[in-house]
Design a protein around this ligand. Structure first.
Ligand code: AMP
Length: 420
C-alpha cells in the first residue's frame, strides 16, 4: 500500500486500477523521471520559513529542528504552538506584504501549515524565496469549487456537485442532484464549518442562510461505508511516496479517531494510493498532500477534499512510521530524498484531544501516560475551547482494532474535566 513511484500520470483513466500505467519503481534514488533532476538540496543549517503558527507548524518545526534546520514562523499571533518551538516567531498580518517579503528574504524556502494563506501573501513570498507547495496549489485547494472543478476536469472521481451563488441556483442544483445533499461554502471552510445538510428541497432558504449567502457548492450526500485518507509526498523530481491508507471517524464534523492501515480491501487501498499519486502529479505539487476519500458501500472511492499539507489523520505517522509526514514535508521542500513510509508496528491509532476535555480540571495526564505504549502529544495552546484541537494520543498495536481500543482507553483515562 505504501510505496514510491516516479514520473507523471499517463493513465487515461486517473481514477481506476485500469489506469495503472505508471511505473512503481524502487526506492533507489538514482536518475530522475521525465529528465527532471532533483536540484541541489537545501541542507541542514538552513532556515525554513513557515506561514501559519498552529500545531501543524509546531510538529513540522520539531521535525526540522531535529534534523538541524532553523525555523522561522510568521502569523498574526504571539506565543503560538509553532512559535514556541521555532527559532524566530514573527508577528505580522498575512496582508502585511512588506513583512512577508522581509520574512521570505531571511529563509531558504517558505512552506505553510494551513491552506488559507491568502494568494497575495504566497505571491509576495515567492518574490524572495521558493514557496512549496506553490501558491498555485494553494489557490486551487483553498476553494472547494476550484478544487472540485480541477479534480473532475482531470478525470478524478468526486462527489457529484454544482456551483451555487444564489437561491435560484441552489434550487436548480437540488433539482439536478436531489436530496439529501450538503451545501458547503466554497472558501475558508474547515472541520464542517460553513456546511448545511439538506434533507428536503424546502430547506433551501435555511441552507443559504447557514452558509451566510456566500458562494457555495452543493454536493450529493454520499452514503459511505467509511472515510479514509491517503497522505502522499512528492519531490521536485516527481518522486512520490504514499503512506498506507488511514481510516477516519468524525464527531461533530471534526476528526475524532484514525487508524492505520484502514480496514478496507487491499485493492481499494492500492487504488486510493494510486489516485493520490496522480493528484500530486496533476497539481505538480512539491510537498505533502492528503486526499480524503469516501469509500462507498460497494467499495468505490470518491474524493471528498484535498489538503496540500500534513493532515490531522497523518499525525499517527510520528510514532507509527519510519518517517513521519512532517519530516517528509521538510525532505520534499528541501529537495532531500524522501524517507520510508513503512509502519514500524502492524497497526496504529490516533485519538484527537479537543478542548472539551478541559473542564474545571486539567485532563489526568498521568493516568494516560500509565498506558506505557501510548504516546501523548500536546500543542501548547494557551486556551482550551470546545472543539479546539489541543493534542492527540497515538497507540501502536498488532491490529487496527487493538490500537483503536487502546487509544480510546487512554483518552477515557484522561477523564472528562470534572475530576470525577
Ligand atoms: P468536509 O469539511 O467537507 O471534510 O466535511 C466534514 C465531514 O462531513 C466529512 O468528513 C464527512 O463525514 C461529512 N460529509 C461532508 N460532505 C459529505 C457528503 N457529500 N456526503 C456525506 N458526508 C459528507
Amino acid at each position: 500500500m505504501s510505496g514510491a513511484d516516479r514520473g507523471t500520470m499517463s493513465g487515461a483513466d486517473r481514477g481506476t486500477l485500469s489506469g495503472v500505467h505508471h511505473e512503481i519503481l524502487s526506492r533507489a534514488h538514482s536518475g530522475a523521471p521525465n529528465g527532471k533532476q532533483r536540484p541541489r538540496p537545501i541542507l541542514p543549517g538552513a532556515t525554513i520559513g513557515v506561514l501559519g503558527s498552529g500545531q501543524l507548524g509546531r510538529m513540522f518545526a520539531i521535525a526540522a529542528r531535529r534534523m538541524g534546520y532553523r525555523v522561522h514562523t510568521l502569523s498574526p499571533d504571539n506565543d503560538t504552538p509553532t512559535g514556541q518551538v521555532a527559532d524566530q516567531e514573527i508577528v505580522a498580518a498575512y496582508d502585511d506584504l512588506d513583512a512577508i517579503r522581509q520574512f521570505a528574504r531571511n529563509v531558504a524556502v517558505v512552506t505553510f501549515e494551513f491552506e488559507n494563506v491568502p494568494a497575495p501573501t504566497a505571491e509576495a513570498a515567492e518574490q524572495s524565496a521558493p514557496v512549496r507547495p506553490a501558491g498555485r496549489v494553494l489557490h486551487i485547494t483553498q476553494h472547494r469549487l476550484r478544487e472540485k472543478t480541477f479534480l473532475s476536469e482531470a478525470g478524478f472521481p468526486v462527489t457529484p456537485f454544482a456551483a451555487v451563488r444564489s437561491i435560484p441556483e441552489l434550487n436548480a442544483a437540488i433539482d439536478k442532484l436531489g436530496c439529501p445533499a450538503v451545501l458547503k461554502t466554497a472558501g475558508w471552510g474547515y472541520d464542517g464549518k460553513g456546511q448545511f445538510k439538506m434533507t428536503s428541497a424546502g430547506q433551501a432558504e435555511e441552507a443559504w442562510r447557514a452558509v451566510s449567502s456566500h458562494e457555495s457548492v452543493l454536493e450529493a450526500f454520499v452514503d459511505f461505508g467509511c472515510e479514509i485518507s491517503v497522505v502522499g509526498v512528492r519531490s521536485s523530481d516527481g518522486t512520490t511516496v504514499t503512506y498506507p491508507a488511514i481510516e477516519n471517524s468524525h464527531r461533530r464534523h471534526i476528526l475524532d479517531l484514525s487508524c492505520c492501515p484502514a480496514r478496507i480491501p487491499d485493492q481499494t487501498a492500492r487504488r486510493a494510493a494510486e489516485i493520490t499519486r496522480n493528484v500530486l502529479h496533476s497539481l505538480d505539487c512539491v510537498g505533502v498532500l492528503c486526499v480524503e476519500f469516501f469509500v462507498t458501500r460497494d467499495g468505490g472511492l470518491v474524493i471528498n477534499e484535498l489538503a496540500p499539507r500534513p493532515h490531522n489523520s497523518g499525525h499517527l505517522t510520528i510514532d507509527a512510521c519510519v518517517t513521519c509526514q512532517f519530516e517528509q514535508q521538510l525532505r520534499a521542500i528541501c529537495d532531500l530524498p524522501l524517507g520510508s513510509t513503512e509502519l514500524l508496528r502492524p497497526a496504529a491509532a490516533m485519538a484527537n484531544l479537543l478542548g472539551d476535555l478541559w473542564g474545571e480540571r486539567e485532563p489526568d495526564w498521568e493516568a494516560a501516560c500509565a498506558l506505557d505504549d501510548v504516546k501523548l502529544h500536546l500543542y501548547g495552546k494557551l486556551q482550551a475551547r470546545p472543539g479546539r484541537k489541543m493534542g492527540h494520543l497515538t497507540a501502536l498495536a498488532a491490529t487496527p482494532d487493538a490500537a483503536l481500543a487502546r487509544v480510546e482507553q487512554a483518552r477515557r483515562a484522561l477523564g472528562d474535566g470534572t475530576g470525577v
